[in-house]
Design a protein around this ligand. Structure first.
Ligand code: NAP
Length: 292
């Protein structure tokens, strides 16, 4: 079998186009605004923030970027969050993680107005997701589910295995799949017989952070594989290259459909950030939240 490649780039571009269309439609009523806050000069974070800000502008939304020095105190960051919470033009707030050691990331996340928490990390939104209530949900897991739904009309009854139980990917991915009525198993570093558990999966989500750990013979023939991993490994000529958590070439021989890395989940994360911002803005103005 040769797997269908789930083209995240194209699917994300299509979603971004629909979001931009909705922003145009709402223009007379509101222009969604998002504040992206970066503390320090972590090069990877700077790239993410630049990419996010560009996407915000392309979607017709208003960016409110804040770049703070690495020595910023927790009190100063919390004061900025309070200001953004009170600013009616700011509909979404994202604080890029990781934060410098003098700042408690949990305190900062919990200080964001849950209605503006477009990362979906606020404890209230985490609780809403696990209670099956509507709320803002984390962007990467949401992207994973939307990609899986390009393959399956319904995820109901599918045997889904999520490898990874982080608060930002694994756990919310499992909750979202449960909300879609999949039968969900969460695997992690202490799981016994991981290959055997993966072989049960109709839908396999890998969020591990270990280059190409999931091998072709871990995959049930015909399964859908969503690879969240972003791992930098040595490439040719002293350069580095990015690979996922799944051995892509092997997986493509067994799976029914598989996401590439790069070009799979990554672009969907940004599209889902825009989607969350649009949804948050509409909810704050009392407008119907677009389905898209
Ligand atoms: P994380 O916080 O390090 O969590 C990794 C998870 O994988 C943990 O739950 C860990 O288990 C599990 N794990 C580690 N080694 C394992 C093993 N040998 N067998 C089974 N499970 C194992 O990472 P994360 O933040 O969730 O990110 C995961 C990957 O996704 C990374 O490559 C990251 O760069 C990528 N990512 C991509 C996007 C995107 O937009 N595409 C967004 C976010 C993250 P324990 O809990 O037992 O330690």
């Amino acid at each position: 079998m040769t797997a269908r490649i789930i083209d995240g780039k194209t699917i994300a571009a299509d979603l971004r186009g629909r979001i931009a269309g909705e922003v145009v439609r709402l223009k007379a009523t509101l222009t969604p605004g998002i504040a992206v806050v970066l503390v320090g000069d972590n090069p990877a974070s700077e790239v993410y923030v630049r990419t996010k800000s560009k996407a915000v502008v392309e979607a017709g939304m208003r960016p409110f970027d804040h770049k703070l020095p690495a020595a910023t105190s927790e009190a100063d960051l919390l004061a900025l969050i309070a200001k953004l919470n009170a600013d009616a033009n700011v509909n979404g707030i994202l604080v890029q993680l990781p934060l410098p050691p003098q700042i408690d990331a949990y305190k900062v996340t919990a200080a964001i107005d849950p209605a503006k928490d477009v990362d979906g990390f606020h404890p209230l939104n985490v609780g809403r997701l696990s209670s099956g209530l509507p709320g803002l949900v984390p962007c990467t897991p949401l992207g994973c589910v939307l990609l899986a739904k390009t393959v399956h009309d319904s995820l109901a009854g599918l045997e889904a295995v999520v490898i990874g139980r982080s608060n930002i990917v694994g756990k919310p991915a499992a909750q979202l799949l449960l909300a879609e009525n999949a039968t969900v198993t969460i695997a992690h570093s202490k799981t016994r017989d991981l290959p055997g558990i993966c072989r049960r999966a109709d839908l396999l989500v890998a969020a591990i952070g270990k280059p190409e750990m999931v091998r072709g013979d871990w995959i049930k023939p015909g399964a859908t594989v969503i690879d969240v991993g972003i791992n930098r490994v040595p490439g040719e000529g002293g350069k580095s290259r990015i690979v996922g958590d799944v051995a892509f070439a092997e997986a493509a021989k067994t799976a029914g459909a598989v996401t590439p890395v790069p070009g799979g989940v990554g672009p969907m994360t940004i599209a889902c950030l825009l989607l969350n911002t649009l949804r948050a803005a509409c909810a704050q103005k009392g407008l119907p939240v677009p389905k898209l």
